[in-house]
Design a protein around this ligand. Structure first.
Ligand code: AHR
Length: 833
């Protein structure tokens, strides 16, 4: 194998040079030797200011992130409002008594009498909370109900819990108070408190319970002694130890995990949940504020229920507690493009626009304004200082959306000209509605990508060529999806490499946040997530630690830098097998060649579907195969590989797939999809783990029964794709070598160097600084390293974790970057500029 050295420079954004320095060959046997690079930091060449709010958070109630998650309430279905979600999800288990049981007698106590429980809606607590439970005993004795919490209730010995409920009795004989107790599944009493005897009208009763045991499977029991009917609603149990001790507060350990990320903003409430399944299911912020007993719950499009207990007040308060800018997302009168095509008629849009305006008033309005007064009543007369509003989430490019977005933007600008409007770029990396956002002159536009790790490496340069006259970019959701959607170190390193490109372009990319944030063990609709939890444990993933490393070591200004790769042990980007494939299409391959040398098609192997070799040609006729693939026996390597194929379509809907850089079974690498997407587009797609990601697409299709000469030129890190001699696509991919970012932190007077090594080889780096008067002789360093597939789990949450150390530094020093690692090095310095 030949490995050619090269130089990569990133003197400033938009400058993406690949210069060939000289030829040093390394031979296969020596290829495992360390990669050698020369890193130069030009401290006197600041390029762009780093956005102060570059790293933030995205919260969505997915994977039980709110109820049963961040929201510290321990009672599930506290107001008996659950119902079956059979029409949208195969989740028929929900019903108004979900998580509730008839109370069982505790150990060593008198047996409870038989009772029944039924849900009713006559004379409810209020018109938003329409269901309650009636527990009836026909003979005198002790009876009641119990709640199982979210997979059991976590309690801690000596910890105090606030309990509250609404109760009333009907046709009642008896004079005893209510007893509320924590109980183990075996009936051991783990804490008990008495609440006053209820009257015949709804009354809120509360008390404090102290747990006398530590366990995760407790239940909360409410009983009384008498005969007749006890009505209960809004049964609540909160640990007093919430974050900052807030009432109706948030789980301390989970907020601490967020705090440790040093986040600068929080996007909320999502995600798809913002539009909801349809207009009726959209997130209604007005139902999420005020007294929790008055909040009207909503069902959750991810397949469960949301109480809105963690609502907009709690959200703004959390932002204030962690000093994050709130980034509320409001729906814009169109349904979620993935789930429905509903939209609000233009002449009925008024109340929806008003909702958005009222949210701003709730956050910032004076205490005598309608919504400012609600905020004040909730205990926060001071404004929350809202600066940004996000209009829409991941919108699909439809005329309805294009018509409605400007109405919201204009209305907000008219009433609140100081509010910065964050738009949406639409789905995928083609950012189809960026043009509308440009026309609307939004502050920034939100783009989302869930791609394979390879895509992130290939897109380290994504923003270098973006037009600086267009809106800023908000990367409002992204995550690398590795094999089986595991949070591998490799996935985290691909995100780290991508972030080095973002810092280089931080004049354009204003904010970024990983998504989704939370996943509750056993309740996941989506992986990977940044933080996993159960009732007691919090797992900070490799991806979490990458976010933390970047956010804690951001700096204020980017410094020009360059990397010279002197020798490298990693394989060139396009090493591997080539092949031909189809998607719902029949084809015939007549010739294939590498660098002009014809390949013997007879030894190509079908790795998916069936290719038939006759008369010197490979044929595929199954129109159902998606895909059919035949892969070359030989593999190819080198700095320049030219793959040519003469091929024609004989039937079906699409075109040809030219596979390259794959393994012998057709896994990994890339394909050029010629006449894909119903023969409408050509696209270069990468394969990593078990996922494909589209790198770039152009419009185009192919004809049936015509021979095509296709050519893919793989040169260094550049791909050029031709049809009949015409260049159709050209992309420059990121390399799997080291990626770096260099910034300066004005407060600490430190140069911060971030180094990402996603390869199996150590990297010997000669690091040099120019434009400095003085550099400290030592530096502090944080390293995140491990094996490629390392994952933090509940069983082993610290497989990969940051390790701090000191290293020798100076204006020139030698440094070894471990395999599969990201490091942040901070060195005190005096810059000449
Ligand atoms: O993060 C999960 C989902 O992914 C979000 O709800 C949505 O915006 C995106 O499609």
């Amino acid at each position: 194998m030949f490995c050619l050295p090269k130089t990569r420079s990133s003197h400033c954004h938009g400058n993406r040079m690949v210069a060939f320095l000289g030829i040093l060959c390394c031979i296969a046997g020596i290829a495992s030797a360390q990669t050698q690079i020369k890193v130069r930091i030009h401290a006197d060449q600041p390029t762009v200011e780093i956005s102060p709010h570059l790293y933030g958070l995205f919260f969505e109630d997915i994977n039980d992130a709110a109820d049963g998650g961040l929201y510290a309430e321990l009672i599930q279905n506290r107001s008996f409002e659950y119902f079956s979600l059979k029409d949208t999800h195969p989740r028929t288990e929900f019903h108004p008594l979900y998580a509730w049981q008839i109370a069982s007698s505790p150990k060593n106590r008198d047996r409870f009498v038989d009772a029944t429980m039924q849900v009713h809606d006559e004379s409810p607590l209020n018109s938003n909370n329409t269901h309650y439970v009636s527990v009836t005993a026909d003979q005198p004795g002790t009876f009641g109900i119990q709640n199982l919490g979210f997979d059991g209730i976590r309690i801690d010995r000596s910890a105090k819990y606030d309990v509250s409920l609404y109760a009333r009795v009907d046709d009642w004989r008896g004079d005893t108070p209510l007893t509320v107790r924590l109980l183990s599944p075996d009936g051991d009493v783990c804490g008990e408190v008495e609440l006053p005897k209820p009257g015949s009208t709804w009354q809120k009763l509360d008390g404090v319970l102290t747990a006398n045991e530590t366990r995760d499977d407790a239940r909360l029991q409410i009983t009384t002694n008498g005969r007749g009917t006890l009505d209960l609603d809004m049964v609540s149990l909160f640990p007093q130890q919430t974050f900052n001790g807030r009432k109706n507060g948030l789980r301390k350990d989970l907020v601490e995990a967020l705090r440790d990320l040093n986040p600068q903003f929080l996007r909320f409430p999502g995600g798809c949940i913002t539009h909801g399944w349809g207009l009726d299911n959209r997130y209604r912020w007005k139902d999420s504020v005020g007294d929790v007993a008055q909040r009207k719950p909503n069902w959750n499009l991810w397949g469960y229920h949301q109480t809105y207990g963690l609502g907009y007040f709690e959200y703004f308060q959390l932002c204030e507690d962690l000093d994050m800018a709130p980034l509320p997302v409001v729906p814009i009168g169109v349904g979620c493009g993935f789930r429905c095509t509903e939209f609000v008629p233009m002449d009925e849009l008024g109340p929806h626009v008003q909702d958005a305006l009222d949210l701003i008033e709730f956050a910032n309005g004076p205490v005598d304004s309608t919504w400012g007064s609600v905020r004040a009543e909730m205990g926060h007369p001071e404004p929350f200082g809202l600066e940004f509003v996000c209009l829409g989430n991941e919108e699909h490019d439809t005329p309805d959306m294009r018509q409605r977005f400007p109405v919201f933007a204009e209305a907000i600008r008219k009433v609140y000209p100081e509010i910065k409007i964050i738009g949406t770029s639409g789905l995928g990396t083609g950012i189809p509605i960026y043009d509308l956002m440009t026309k609307e002159k939004v502050y920034s536009s939100d783009e989302h990508y869930y791609m394979n790790p390879r895509w992130f490496f290939d897109n380290v340069n994504r923003f270098d060529s973006f037009d600086r006259d267009k809106p800023l970019i908000f990367v409002g959701e992204y995550a690398a999806h590795d094999t089986d959607r595991k949070n591998t170190l490799y996935s985290a390193l691909s995100e780290a490499a991508f972030l080095t490109g973002i810092e280089r372009n931080a004049d354009l990319v204003d904010m970024t946040c990983y998504a989704p944030l939370f996943g509750r063990k056993g309740h996941m609709q989506w992986r990977p997530d940044m933080i996993y939890f159960d009732d007691r444990n919090v797992v900070r993933t490799t991806n979490y630690y990458v976010q933390q490393l970047f956010s804690r070591n951001k700096g204020d200004v980017y410094l020009a830098n360059s990397i010279d790769v002197v020798a490298k042990s990693s394989e060139p980007l396009f090493d591997g097998h080539v092949g031909i494939g189809t998607w719902n299409t029949a084809i015939e391959l007549a010739e294939a060649a590498i660098n002009g040398r014809p390949l013997d098609l007879a030894d190509w192997k079908s790795t998916s579907g069936e290719f038939d070799y006759t008369g010197g040609r490979l044929r595929q006729t199954d129109l159902q195969a998606t895909p059919a693939l035949a892969i070359s026996h030989e593999s190819f390597s080198g700095e320049k590989i030219v793959f040519t194929a003469r091929v024609r379509k004989t039937g079906g809907k699409e075109g040809f797939l030219l596979r390259f850089a794959s393994d012998a079974n057709g896994n990994g690498g890339y394909w050029w999809n010629v006449g894909g997407w119903n023969n409408q587009q050509h696209g270069i797609e990468s394969f990593d783990g078990d996922q494909s990601s589209t790198i770039a697409k152009v419009d185009g299709g192919i004809e049936s029964d015509q021979w095509y000469n296709l050519k893919i030129e793989m040169n260094g890190d550049t791909l050029r794709c031709f049809i009949n001699g015409d260049l159709k696509q050209q992309v420059q991919l990121g390399s799997l070598d080291v990626s770096i970012s260099s910034t300066y932190d004005r407060d600490s007077g430190e140069i911060i160097l971030k180094l990402v090594n996603p390869t199996a080889a150590e990297v010997d780096a000669q690091i040099e600084f120019s434009g400095v008067q003085a550099m400290a002789s030592t530096a502090s360093m944080v390293t995140l390293a491990g094996t490629k597939d390392a994952v933090n789990t509940f069983e082993s949450p610290e497989t990969v974790k940051p390790v701090a150390s000191k290293i020798a530094a100076g204006t020139e020093f030698q440094h070894t970057i471990p395999p599969y690692a990201v490091q942040a090095i901070r060195i005190k310095s005096e810059r000449t500029n």
